[in-house]
Design a protein around this ligand. Structure first.
Ligand code: TQI
Ligand code: CA
Ligand code: ZN
Ligand code: ZN
Length: 172
């Protein structure tokens, strides 16, 4: 079953249009055009089942959600740790920060995962999970759910399950 953060914080009901900015990409070797496609697809999975709409902006001050890649200690309480371990983190509403560990072997749309790498991590799968956190979902106890706290490396898991949909629809 799905869960919320303590106090069940959400984005304000009147705010159905959320803007996101991809702000810090210099630490990672994926070009911005491909990052845009992956994040757009990940947001679209959540907008399809809620009244929320997401739009990319290049203006950081206008953005509700900021997405960036960082290495190691980067100014919040969640230091990144090199390959595997922590992959990414996102804060609860209405913080909007979504950080990814630049040290991961990220696989984005169109990449052929390096067959020799057991550490490849699918970027869209992680993005769909972290957007769930950005919107107010905690972890689910349902193993097939996107919000379940385990992802196998080299696996793509991007389809929302009934559990994820019921969770987000109870908030928005
Ligand atoms: N990062 C954790 C996560 O996003 C950070 C975290 C731990 C967290 N507890 C939390 C965030 C409670 C919000 C609320 O779950 S992670 C997965 C998994 C991670 C894990 O790097 O471990 C995914 C990031 F486990 F689900 F696969 C993305 Cl998809
Ligand atoms: Ca890591
Ligand atoms: Zn961070
Ligand atoms: Zn999580």
């Amino acid at each position: 079953l799905y869960s919320y953060f303590d106090g069940a914080p959400t984005w304000p009901p009147a705010k159905t249009q959320l803007k996101y900015a991809i702000t810090a990409t210099s630490a990672v070797q994926i070009d911005i055009a491909r990052l845009r496609v992956v994040f757009e697809r990940a947001f679209a999975r959540w907008s399809a089942v809620t009244t929320l709409a997401f739009e990319e902006t290049e203006s950081v001050p206008e953005a509700d959600i900021t997405i960036g890649f960082y290495r190691g200690s980067h100014g919040d309480e969640g230091d990144f740790d090199g390959p595997l371990g922590t992959l990414a983190h996102a804060f609860s509403p209405t913080d909007g920060r979504f950080h990814l560990d630049a040290a991961e072997a990220w696989v984005a749309e169109g990449d052929v995962a390096d067959a020799s790498s057991d550490e490849a991590v699918d970027l869209e799968s992680v993005a769909v999970h972290e957007i769930g956190h950005l919107l107010g979902l905690g972890h689910s106890l349902a193993p097939e759910a996107i919000m379940y706290p385990t992802l196998r490396t080299r696996t793509k898991k991007v389809e929302l399950t009934t559990d994820d949909v019921e969770g987000i629809q109870s908030l928005y």
